[in-house]
Design a protein around this ligand. Structure first.
Ligand code: C2O
Ligand code: CU
Length: 647
């Protein structure tokens, strides 16, 4: 069974345990004053169900532990032992008297019986609440609060049912209320205090902190710009961000935000070694705008993240980006201010860095795939489109997922090779056919093939509503599409020319992804969390130049998280313990429910860098954090007069 399946099953079983024991207590309670063989039978059956669910939960937690400590810690350290003890106490305490009553013998039940059954039910509740509310890592403070509340709840209910004097009840429930209000209140106040994250320079935050390292000179992010004295051919562009009503090929209109009135923004095509010089002007985007160069490992202050590397560009203002296009490949650009809204509405475009020596293929096409108001769009077309290509032409298709969710792309019917992923060439990969290729949100793949005599059709997600046909006569092919099995890129037999730099020190850090109730911007929310926290409270990871950082990324939730690392490409080591046989350098990778990815990051680009989920709605709901170089500090802040809001 998959880890994700085990997690769901275990949750269901824990809820069943809590429910069965509680129901047994409810049925057993009247038997304290009145004998009933029928009541005893029902209570016994419910208790037996409680025993089965408890044993099932313990077994599932054991199985989850073999998949990784992250999946089982909350249960192993808190819920499971508590439930086991409570269940044993309930069985030992309740079985003899229930059995006597079943046989029509004995008197009414002792009062301890329903209380013990109730305690087992509450213990089951602790299992559920710790999984759904505390998560990983198991923070001791909420764990203790939860235990105290569980004890008080059991005590209060027992007191009420025994018709204890009202002062006793009031005391018990008063204590429970005080514990609850204090812990929630303190947690809430903590969430309001000035957040360290995204500012950088906090040498004590994060797990990869440079322990024992000496003093370091502070460097401002704002100073980490491309030098004025770079001597390279200059390619200048201007991007004017504005709101625009854009008509798609089908005639449908989109109330868009765009970089030059078109969807997507202009394709920027430069040559390796060029100095890319871009002036961003915000015409009328009220929320503000920036340009982030997704996948380009450039100087930190050119990275375009509002509140971290610059202030959001307000309407009427402009900003100037300069960077040398050092790494050939397929990239894209998009706003990093209020991006969950802005990117979906169209503030994105493509960037291609052509190698100085050119590419091997004769035809080079860029196909960004996006969705507007539920309509799939390839490039700028939301209907099947076509392009004439001579048979025998070698073609490179640069596919980009600019959506919030993963997609699979298909190329039919033709044999093709994957020649690059995330702007890094793959060397010597085999030719494949009838395989779909999965892209995470934000990811890119370059596919190469030789044009056959017959049409080749590009589709996404096995659907035919939008497609791109390359055909000798330029006509749209309308063949039926069937979804093909996914190629596993980690097992694609290809090497890479990219080499790992030498490291002077090895560090490791974890990012455990989940969904938990947390205070987000001062309001209660069902947040997307990393290591149990939402932004800006997720401790940053701190590195120094020359570090090799082994990053373990774990998904405890049930949604896919396309994790994006700014300023660096990471080398994929393994997924779910299986070593990658392909040499993959990625800036975005999909961590699916239950998956464990291990990647290696080489710290060679000082700055304060965002790491976040590229489902930008998830990022906006908490799933973003920083990777900072020790001593680098950001003068920019979240919120503030510029209204900085990276997602
Ligand atoms: Cu494409 Cu931080 O994003
Ligand atoms: Cu996500």
């Amino acid at each position: 069974m998959t880890t994700a399946g085990l997690l769901v099953l275990d949750l269901v079983v824990a809820i069943a345990a809590a429910g069965s024991w509680t129901a047994a207590a409810v049925v057993a309670w009247p038997l304290v004053s009145e004998r009933s063989a029928r009541g005893a039978l029902v209570a016994s059956v419910l208790s037996a169900a409680g025993v089965v669910a408890t044993v099932g939960h313990l077994a599932l937690v054991g199985m989850l532990a073999t998949r990784g400590w992250w999946f089982a810690q909350d249960q192993l350290a808190l819920g499971a032992p508590l439930l086991a003890v409570a269940a044993i106490a309930a069985v030992v305490g309740a079985a003899p008297s229930l059995t006597r009553m079943l046989r029509g013998r004995g008197t009414a039940l002792p009062r301890r019986v329903p209380v013990l059954l109730l305690a087992a039910g509450v213990a089951g509740g602790v299992c559920v609440v710790s999984r759904m509310g505390i998560g990983y890592p198991l923070d001791p403070v909420p764990a203790i609060v939860l235990l105290v509340l569980a004890a008080l709840l059991t005590g209060t209910i027992a007191a009420v049912r025994w018709a204890a004097r009202s002062r006793v009840i009031a005391a018990w429930s008063g204590i429970a209320a005080i514990v609850l209000v204090t812990s929630v209140g303190l947690g809430y106040l903590g969430s309001l205090t000035a957040a360290p994250m995204l500012q950088g320079g906090h040498a004590h935050g994060g797990q990869a902190t440079a322990v024992g390292a000496g003093p370091v000179d502070l460097v401002s992010v704002a100073d980490l710009r491309t030098s004025d004295s770079v001597d390279a051919p200059v390619r200048s562009f201007t991007l004017i961000a504005s709101a625009a009503t854009v008509e798609l090929a089908s005639g449908a209109t989109v109330e868009a935000f765009s970089y030059d009135g078109t969807l997507p923004g202009p394709e920027l095509r430069v040559t390796e070694g060029d100095l890319v010089d871009v002036t961003l002007v915000n015409d009328d985007i009220a929320d503000g705008v920036t340009v982030h160069w997704h996948g380009v490992d450039l100087p930190n202050a050119e990275d375009g993240v509002a509140g971290v590397t610059q202030d959001a560009v307000r309407p009427g203002d402009s900003f100037h980006y300069r960077f040398v296009a050092e790494d050939p490949g397929t990239y894209w650009y998009h706003t990093h201010q209020a991006s969950s809204d802005g990117v979906q509405r169209g503030l994105y475009g493509t960037l291609v860095v052509v190698p100085a020596a050119g590419i091997a293929e004769q035809l080079d096409l860029v196909v960004p795939m996006h969705t507007f108001d539920g309509r799939s769009v390839f490039g700028d077309s939301d209907i099947p489109s076509a392009q004439a290509v001579e048979p025998g032409t070698t073609v490179r298709l640069r596919i980009i997922d600019t959506d919030q969710a993963p997609l699979t792309v298909q190329l039919d019917p033709v044999a093709f090779r994957v020649v690059a992923v995330d702007g890094r060439e793959l060397v010597g990969g085999p030719s494949i056919e009838q395989r779909s290729v999965r892209l995470p949100a934000g990811g890119r793949v370059d596919l190469a093939f030789t044009m056959p005599d017959t049409p080749v059709t590009v589709t996404r997600d096995g659907l035919a509503d939008v497609s791109l046909t390359l055909s000798p006569d330029g006509a749209v092919a309308s063949a039926a599409v069937t979804a093909e099995p996914e190629l596993d890129l980690l097992a694609y037999d290809a090497t890479s020319a990219t080499t790992a730099p030498a490291a002077t020190r090895h560090l490791s850090a974890e990012m455990v992804l989940d969904r938990l109730p947390r205070a987000l911007n001062g309001l209660p929310a069902y947040g997307y969390t990393v290591n149990g926290e939402v932004a800006p409270h997720i401790p940053e990871i701190v590195v120094e130049p020359g570090d090799a950082l082994t990053l373990t990324v774990v998904n405890r939730g049930w949604e896919t998280h396309p994790m994006h690392i700014h300023g660096h490409h990471v080398r994929v080591i393994s997924r779910d313990g299986v070593a990658a046989t392909a040499q993959l350098w990625l800036d975005t990778f999909d961590v699916q429910p239950g998956e464990v990815w291990v990647v290696e990051l080489y710290a060679d680009n000082p700055g304060v860098w965002m790491d976040h989920c590229h489902n930008l709605d998830h990022a906006a709901a908490g799933m973003m954090m920083a990777l900072s170089y020790r001593g680098v500090v950001s003068p920019f802040e979240l919120g503030g007069t510029a209204g900085n809001r990276p997602e």
